[in-house]
Design a protein around this ligand. Structure first.
Ligand code: NOJ
Ligand code: CA
Length: 691
């Protein structure tokens, strides 16, 4: 304390330059003592460093930020005070990967004062959990920070090490987050989205991301020097990176840390660093499974446009409603129901209506038809990233959703990364990045307007998830990585490593509406339905076995989980379809059991309704023997394991449909061993056997 006071007096008296003080280092450790964060002001720079079990994870790295017209926090910084706190509580999620989440952490907040220019201070709050750390900037109201503030740079750095292996997607290319994951030594990566996942030379796994991205712009990683990334905040078109005013806080910068890759999945720090539920009772935002008029358009059987191949017709929607009701699906998504799809919709987002249906789609009649069968329509809002057109119709569009008795909207922002358009008061069009502050604000406006009407959102082409589902549990799912659609037209389609990669990368951010469950694994080899539109390249197809399609219902978490194929393709394989009917979309608990980034992953989840356990495992192009203890099952109980595994000669390319469906009696004392084919998988349902 004495040091702090001496420093504060020195700073206040302007003595800083005359009497340099010795550097101070503060430390905070995780409750289990494995993770240590060191914070220092050595040389007048604010820095932090992170270690795990005594080994370096983040080398000493800069903190700070620069403003356009105010003095920032860069040099001449000194630690002037600190405060500590600890927390250990358990909170309940309305839906999620687990019902109960424990938030146990130690906190250190450090006040830095700046000696050059007017007196000012910045607090950096650190939280150390057993599975990682988070920190954020907190700028209080103060005389040196009056008026509008423009953040032009956040100086946060992450010294990860040049030779550290990195799994990432590029952050500065046109297709937003929809890229095949790459692997490279960190020293060779120019720019990357978060979450980015790393394994350093000591074998420690970690992932850099952010939590609670509100009223700020999204952070990506830019290589500053080999092995050292700087936070790159997305800028406004022709403007600064963030427009704000004191007091403000940044999102949390997070580093999930674990010895093994699966430890990253078993971490809740992103959720724990978000504010509690602000919506209260969200029992209307029910997790569940859905089917929809969707894949038919992606494989060119049908059109979104209102021509003779229009998918969203009354008759076709009834067919899907009947199918959903017969097989126990809660929702039916209908794309192409509304005016605006005719012509070049990608470039004409201002033509979309969110209130007017095409004449061949009887929206009111269909909603009654669906309701009578216990099914809800999921209303689709494609915006083509025309924000103003959507914002102008938002209230009316959402009112219609409620009027027809639906609680669900799937939205979409198809456009190039820097082409989200909004029109100002003077009618001037501005093009923003999809992860800019303008977009972050847009999404928040939509989520709040939807919540007011008890509507849950599933956002495609979104900004990445940062755990906001805790605060706004109506933001149920997102896309935000390469989804199944790429297997219809992707060129190249998602590679066999994609699903085991997602588990350790994109899914660390939150739920992903991947739209799994394609049963016709060569859709582009069927005769074309539309003479005007040939099938796509036959190389575009799910590069998986059938069993792997089933397994992704467990390995890829989404509370809104689609069965994406056409009803007739499920009817042709009702035996395998049974797993999709049985698997839940909401979980009491989830445990990542085994895996390596991009190679394979095995996850067990306990259904929240049935309390039954499910196991899913997927592998990349390498076949492998998997062996996992069933110790998650309740001791002393016997279970009927319904197993859907790759047949002995299965292979994603040459023999994808070879599947064995069998039952075995198992207990928690058993080890489950199974062979996974090349790009194969296994899906298991465990039903307790009455004694
Ligand atoms: C891209 C979305 O990801 C996809 O699900 C949707 O069908 C199309 N946009 C059309 O809105
Ligand atoms: Ca998409």
């Amino acid at each position: 304390m004495t040091t702090h006071w001496t420093r504060m007096i020195a700073v206040a008296a302007g003595l800083w330059a005359a009497a340099p003080l010795s550097a101070e280092t503060l430390e905070v450790t995780s409750p289990d003592g494995a993770i240590t964060v060191k914070v220092s002001d050595d040389g007048g720079l604010a820095t932090y460093a992170v270690s795990f079990e005594g080994q370096q994870v983040i080398a000493p790295s800069r903190l700070g930020m620069l403003f356009a017209e105010h003095h920032g926090f860069e040099r001449g910084l000194a630690i002037a005070g600190s405060a500590r706190a600890s927390n250990d509580n358990t909170w309940e999620q309305p839906w999620g990967e687990r019902r109960l989440v424990r938030d146990q952490h130690n906190e250190l907040s450090v006040t830095f004062t700046a000696s050059e220019g007017p007196a000012r201070q910045m607090v950096v709050r650190f939280r150390a959990f057993d599975t990682g750390i988070g920190f954020r900037y907190e700028l209080a109201e103060q005389p040196a920070l009056t008026g509008d503030i423009a953040i032009v740079e956040e100086l946060t750095q992450f010294g990860v090490g040049e030779k550290t292996t990195m799994w990432y997607t590029p952050s500065d290319e046109f297709n937003r987050n929809e890229y095949i994951y790459r692997i490279a030594p960190a020293g060779q990566v120019d720019d990357a989205h978060t979450p980015s996942t790393f394994r350093n030379e000591a074998g420690i796994h970690f992932a850099i991301h952010e939590a609670a991205l509100v009223d700020y712009s999204s952070m990506s990683l830019d290589q500053l020097r080999p092995g050292n990334f700087q936070a790159n905040l997305r800028n406004w078109a022709g403007g600064p990176k963030v427009k704000t005013a004191a007091p403000f806080t940044s999102p949390w910068r997070t580093v999930q840390i674990a010895r093994d890759a699966v430890g990253l999945i078993n971490s809740d720090i992103i959720l724990n660093l978000n504010e509690p539920n602000k919506l209260g009772d969200v029992s209307w935002a029910k997790p569940g499974k859905y089917v929809g008029i969707w894949w038919a358009m992606h494989i060119n059987d049908r059109t979104w446009a209102s021509d003779k191949y229009h998918g969203a017709t009354t008759a076709e929607t009834k067919r899907y409603i009947d199918f959903a009701a017969e097989h126990g699906f809660a929702g039916v998504l209908v794309e192409g129901w509304n005016k605006g799809w005719d012509g070049d919709w990608f470039n004409n987002g201002d033509l979309f209506s969110f209130t007017e249906a095409y004449p061949d789609y009887d929206i009111e009649g269909l909603s009654k038809y669906a309701a009578a069968k216990g099914v809800q329509l999921i209303v689709h809002h494609e915006t083509s990233a025309n924000l103003t057109n959507y914002e102008n119709q938002l209230e009316a569009g959402l009112d219609l959703v409620r009027k027809i008795g639906s609680h669900y909207v799937k939205s979409g922002y198809v456009s190039d990364a820097g082409d989200a358009v909004w029109v100002d008061d003077k009618g001037i069009r501005h093009y923003e990045y999809y992860d800019s502050q303008r977009m972050i604000d847009h999404h928040m406006t939509v989520i709040k307007a939807a919540a007011k009407r008890q509507i849950a959102m599933d956002t495609h082409e979104p900004v990445k998830d940062t755990g906001l589902r805790r605060t706004f549990p109506n933001w149920m799912s997102r896309e935000g990585a390469r989804g199944m659609e790429f297997n219809a037209w992707g060129s190249p389609p998602n590679p066999p490593s994609h699903e085991p990669m997602l588990a350790f990368t994109a899914l660390l951010a939150g739920p992903f509406d991947y739209t799994p469950g394609i049963f016709d694994l060569r859709p582009n080899e069927r005769p074309p339905v539309r003479p005007d539109m040939p099938r796509g390249d036959p190389k575009n197809r799910p590069q998986t076995t059938l069993a792997k399609q089933l397994a992704t219902y467990v390995t890829i978490y989404s509370p809104l989980q689609m069965a994406a194929d056409l009803p007739e393709n499920y009817e042709a394989r009702l035996d395998a379809f049974q797993f999709i009917k049985d698997v839940e979309a909401d979980w009491e608990q989830s445990i990542a059991l085994a895996g390596e980034v991009g190679q394979y992953v095995a996850i067990a989840r306990q259904g929240r309704q049935s309390k039954e356990w499910f196991l899913g495992a997927v592998t990349d192009e390498n076949p492998r023997d998997l062996s996992v203890p069933l110790s998650f099952l309740e001791k002393g109980k016997r279970y009927r394991a319904q197993i859907y595994r790759d047949g002995p000669d299965a292979h994603w390319d040459t023999n994808p449909y070879a599947i064995v469906i069998e039952e075995k009696i198992v207990t928690g004392g058993d080890t489950f061993t199974v062979w996974l084919a090349a790009s194969g998988g296994v899906a298991v349902r465990f039903i307790p056997v009455a004694k």
